[in-house]
Design a protein. Structure first.
Length: 112
């Protein structure tokens, strides 16, 4: 959306900056000169703000990762318990199958 009014405003600001080097945008010539120390203070504050926001995002992500990790660990524990129970049932079924095979063999032997 770069209509004529946007271009005019951008061009006007560029001309103001060229006519008033060192002045804050949108201020008359000679007023509010931007000093190096003010610029450095502004940059330091901006750095502090950005770092603070990044720290906040990092902390939030770490908390979410911890929750996901905890949920995954709980799911793995449940799966392990279920797997152990199934393995125990399988051993019992194998014992029953072996018993049935032995019983069938004994019965067939008796009837022969």
């Amino acid at each position: 959306m770069s209509g004529p009014s946007v271009r005019v405003k951008a061009t006007k600001k560029a001309h103001e900056a060229a006519e008033n080097p060192g002045a804050l945008p949108g201020t008359p010539a000679g007023s509010n000169q931007l000093t190096l120390s003010a610029f450095n203070e502004g940059m330091a504050q901006m750095k502090t703000d950005i770092c603070g926001k990044m720290d906040s995002v990092v902390d939030s992500l770490r908390a979410e990762i911890a929750l996901v990790r905890e949920g995954a660990q709980e799911s793995m524990n449940n799966l392990q318990a279920t797997s152990t129970a199934h393995e125990a049932r399988l051993v019992e079924v194998e014992k029953c199958a072996a018993f049935c095979d032995n019983t069938a063999t004994e019965l067939l032997t008796k009837f022969d």
